[in-house]
Design a protein around this ligand. Structure first.
Ligand code: FSX
Ligand code: SF4
Ligand code: F3S
Length: 407
């Protein structure tokens, strides 16, 4: 046990933030050496499960070929060259070497459901089964006092080495008493701070934990805030209401592989998942460019699969990889299902993205982003902060009427 402890501690020593953006051969050569070393270290740790990932995939009828196909896709998703596929596969197989504590705050549990609710278990959900999940309120069998005891034990046993994943926003009003958890009635804010103080890394899973989400929507009666605001810690945000299973498992895989924080955008979202707008890779984009829009749900344009901008799609303002990776094992995503993006991975989207089913178009949202407004923000972030190609929505004739924010 002591050996495991030492190894984990040395692995978690951050060697700086990996920028992940470098096409240089030398960079990838060095990266390969670093990741090989990291995998070697993980391999030395004792497995936490009796059944290996290979065995549990086999049991569910998933053969090696399918698994390697999945690893190839995961490799591309993490912006790694194809030659890293065996390393990604190995990291997934070693996922049970990393102790994870998963807390629920104020939320709907949709984030966990996103990962676990599929008719046939996906490779992503099987990997989630395979990780060393020391505590997860909705999945563990213990309840009441026993559950609380399990959490205390896990935090003590893996002090400084566990990964903390948090779902849900943290209510601060009434001294935090809008959320109490467990038999001892511990406040959510106290639990969050306690668990955060000894974590090796903190991931906010979902928009609620990342930015406050629906709980923090105006008038925010409970004073709900994000995990980073409640704890003052560096938190990697994996927003989406819910985020896709790919983004949740990808976040874990990235940490398994690198042991460091990923490259982040202005809102602490990993660039490998959130660097592009939903709009950039949308399958209806050709219709947007051609000015072919659904005017109302159920019309001929809807039957033709036209662009959903005029019926409220917020894809041009939203950074996420849904249009590329989709949900439920790549089955579908909101726009494919015929309903526009609601902007669910953006901060304060309930308050800033306007009416569901209506376009932002020339509406002005002066309260967001220092008064720039959401339209200006889409361009500013798209072109400026994240240096995307200059396909700002203002360039498109159909919405050229966007007005600058009023003084
Ligand atoms: Fe929030 Fe996650 Fe939305 Fe729900 O728990 S991001 S309300 S899908 O489930 O936190
Ligand atoms: Fe797709 Fe929405 Fe952009 Fe239209 S506005 S192309 S539906 S993301
Ligand atoms: Fe959310 Fe829009 Fe994707 S609503 S799930 S970011 S398509």
């Amino acid at each position: 046990m002591e050996k495991r402890r030492e190894l984990l501690t040395s692995m978690f020593k951050s060697n700086g933030v990996n920028t992940g953006i470098n096409n240089d051969d030398k960079y990838y050569k060095q990266l390969k050496i670093d990741l090989d070393n990291r995998i070697e270290q993980l391999e030395k740790l004792p497995a936490m499960h009796d059944v290996s990932l290979k065995e549990s995939l086999k049991e569910k009828g998933i053969d090696r070929r399918d698994f390697m196909k999945w690893a190839t896709a995961a490799c591309a998703m993490l912006s790694l060259p194809g030659s890293f596929t065996p390393l990604v596969a190995k990291a997934a197989e070693l996922a049970d070497r990393l102790p994870i504590i998963w807390l629920h705050m104020a939320e709907c549990t949709g984030c966990s459901e996103s990962l676990l609710r599929s008719e046939n278990p996906s490779i992503d959900s099987l990997i989630f089964d395979h990780i060393s999940l020391e505590y997860h309120e909705t999945l563990m069998t213990a309840s009441g006092w026993q559950a609380e005891q399990n959490l205390e034990n896990a935090m003590e046993k893996y002090k400084g080495r566990y990964v903390l994943m948090v779902e849900g926003a943290i209510p601060m009003n009434n001294h935090g008493e809008f959320l109490t958890i467990g038999g001892h009635g511990k406040k959510g804010v106290d639990r969050a701070n306690e668990a955060a103080s000894d974590a090796a890394a903190i991931f906010a899973i979902g928009t609620c934990s990342s930015f406050g989400g629906v709980q923090a929507a105006s008038p925010n009666p409970t004073g709900a805030v994000s995990m980073s605001e409640a704890t003052g810690k560096t938190v990697i945000n994996v927003p989406g209401c819910p985020p896709s299973e790919k983004n949740i498992v990808g976040t874990l895989l990235h940490f398994l592989l690198y042991g460091t924080l990923p490259a982040l955008d202005a809102y602490n979202r990993p660039l490998w998942a959130y660097k592009r707008r939903v709009h950039d890779l949308c399958e209806r984009r050709g219709h947007f460019d051609a000015g072919e829009f659904v005017e109302q749900f159920g019309d001929d344009g809807a039957k033709e699969g036209y662009c959903l901008y005029k019926v409220g799609c917020k894809g041009p303002y939203t950074f996420n990889n849904c249009s590329k990776n989709k949900f439920n094992q790549g089955t579908s995503w909101p726009v494919q299902a015929g309903f526009g993006c609601m902007g669910c991975s953006e901060p304060d989207f309930w308050d800033t993205m306007g009416v569901v089913g209506e376009p932002l178009k020339d509406r002005l949202y002066q309260t967001t982003f220092g008064g720039l407004g959401a339209d200006a923000t889409a361009d500013k972030i798209g072109i400026g902060l994240l240096t995307l190609t200059a396909v700002g929505i203002a360039a498109h004739a159909t919405i050229a009427a966007i007005k600058p924010p009023k003084e």
